[in-house]
Design a binder for this molecule. Structure first.
Ligand SMILES: [Zn+2]
Length: 66
């Protein structure tokens, strides 16, 4: 799985956000919208891309809830 992290702004930023590309799919995170991914639910019933990005970002950047 190819993971490209484009932007990581932690919860101490004015507008926290994560933007990443995994295997061509766009993964976004924000405190308000939580995680989202552009992959096809039919092709990926349980999206593997979001956990992949979560794995490489320190939990405390996102508020340390995990
Ligand atoms: Zn996905």
């Amino acid at each position: 799985m190819k993971i490209e992290i484009l932007r990581v702004l932690g919860t101490r930023a004015q507008h926290p956000a994560v933007l990443a590309i995994v295997d061509g799919f766009t993964i976004r995170w924000s405190p308000r919208d939580d995680w989202s991914c552009t992959c096809d639910e039919l092709q990926f019933p349980t999206c593997p891309h979001i956990p992949a990005v979560e794995n490489v970002i320190a939990p405390r950047i996102l508020g340390g809830t995990k």
